[in-house]
Design a protein around this ligand. Structure first.
Ligand code: ZN
Length: 461
């Protein structure tokens, strides 16, 4: 019985299995064919995966090869005066070569910070304009760029802006960034402020990012880790402003403020100012004591951020500030009300806060007008609370030491990201050019707003 039964059933079973397998393979073929024929734009299923596969291939605008400034002999020509568009991003070597060409062509003073990076590079800068001469007191705006390696176009934006400014001044012409234009008289007014500028403040990290396309943010110090993500410090968490976030911020927010993990993108380093790059920025602020406006140029979120970045602003309680350890357990909580219960807000005197905001609003309006993309102007903490950032450090100096000058400080987050790249900080060629126009308008407006809002004491050399 059993034999008979099995004999009679076996052919039926294998026929059924064969049929099922054929049916399944036909289904699979149809699915593959369907996925390949669907338009790229369509969302869902396999298509999203295919699209992200292609996204990973894009590194945005290429980095320049060779040296377009020919060893410091060809002067950079900015988008605001002489050039219509660029097709490649400046390499670290080209930023340096372009800087040398500018300095020798326009004969302005240059400096090298007294700290060498982990890989042995120097951090250099220049000073232009000023109404009192060329002594250290003559300069009242400090523009810093490329502290974050992957934020491509940052150094370029600063170098090309200075190129435009000096060219327009020398040749008696104005500057135009997209729909935003400035007269030659405004150029001359802007230059009276006196500018200290450092176009490449993280050369090691930027060189690594440009040669690896790794979306690298930090510097390349190997003290805390020697491979992969463990290399490097987030320079914009290394400044002396509530740096020790594990004790100075509420435990509920501390993990997003910075990190003690070397593999984190916001690793704050082994100590305050442990890095040569941040020491160099402090050195610039110490060396040019009349600096009153500071801009650190970042990408990307389409924001102009003014102080504070540690907590929401308040102008009512002077004792409620970053130096007061009473508030260590509640600092960084944005949802509380300063003065109510344990609520904390970072103190900014009424007039300073009004000026911080007013200049920020003008910068944002100029950037928005340049290319029609809307920039948001907001206190830095609204992006997310941070510790050890360059803008808060610069603004905090006159609270920590009343002998120091008040510095209105900003973080500009230019651009809106490249969604076609796995590293959205890498702009396309078109985005790179638009970003440069917005950056130029931002710098120009900062200088004009600084004149209108006040430069502090008259300077003499
Ligand atoms: Zn950044």
């Amino acid at each position: 019985m059993s034999n008979n039964t099995s004999f009679s059933k076996q052919p039926q079973l294998s026929y059924l299995l064969n049929f099922i397998m054929k049916f399944l393979s036909i289904l699979a073929l149809v699915a593959v064919a369907k996925a390949c024929l669907l338009p790229e734009e369509r969302d869902g299923g396999h298509l999203v995966k295919r699209k992200s596969y292609w996204r990973r291939q894009s590194n945005g605008a290429p980095i320049g090869t060779g040296d377009r400034f020919s060893g410091g002999t060809i002067v950079p020509q900015g988008l605001g005066t002489q050039t219509t568009s660029f097709s490649t991003i400046l390499s670290v070597a080209e930023v340096s070569s372009g800087f040398e060409a500018l300095a020798s062509s326009y004969d302005f003073p240059t400096f090298t910070a007294p700290y060498t990076t982990f890989e042995g590079r120097t951090i250099y800068g220049g000073t232009v304009g000023g109404s009192a001469g060329t002594c250290v007191n003559a300069y009242r705006a400090y523009f810093n760029a490329n502290i974050h390696a992957r934020e491509r176009g940052s150094a370029d934006g600063l170098l090309y802006f200075i190129s435009d400014l000096l060219y327009a001044n020398k040749n008696g012409v104005g500057i135009r960034y997209g729909s935003k234009s400035y007269t030659n008289a405004q150029v001359k007014t802007a230059l009276t402020v006196g500018i200290v500028f450092v176009p490449m403040s993280n050369p090691d990290g930027t060189n690594y990012d440009q040669t690896s396309n790794s979306c690298w943010r930090k510097n390349r110090n190997t003290k805390s880790g020697s491979s992969g993500a463990s290399v490097g410090v987030d320079l914009n968490r290394n400044f002396d402003f509530v740096w020790d976030f594990t004790t100075k911020f509420a435990s509920s927010v501390a993990s997003s403020v910075a990190s003690t993990n070397p593999s984190s993108e916001t690793y704050h380093g082994t100590a305050v100012f442990s890095e040569p790059e941040t020491k160099a920025i402090k050195w610039v602020l110490d060396t040019y004591p009349m600096i009153r406006y500071f801009i650190d140029l970042h990408s990307y979120t389409g924001d102009v951020l003014y102080s504070w970045g540690s907590d929401e602003n308040q102008s009512k309680y002077a004792y409620m500030n970053f130096l007061n350890s009473t508030y260590n357990s509640v600092r960084g909580i944005l949802s509380d009300t300063p003065g109510s219960g344990s609520g904390y807000g970072e103190y900014s005197p009424t007039q300073e806060l009004a000026d911080n905001k007013a200049v920020g609003v003008r910068i944002g309006a100029a950037m928005s007008a340049a290319a029609g993309r809307t920039y948001t102007v907001t206190p830095a903490a609204n992006l997310y609370p941070t510790s050890g950032a360059s803008d808060d450090y610069s603004y905090s100096r006159h609270f920590a030491n009343t002998a120091l000058n008040l510095v209105h400080s900003y973080t500009i987050e230019f651009g809106f990201g490249n969604s076609a790249s796995s590293c959205p900080f890498y702009p396309t060629v078109a985005q790179y050019n638009t970003n440069l126009q917005e950056i130029g308008a931002a710098y120009m407006e900062t200088l004009l707003a600084a004149v209108d809002t006040g430069l502090g004491d008259a300077v003499t050399c």
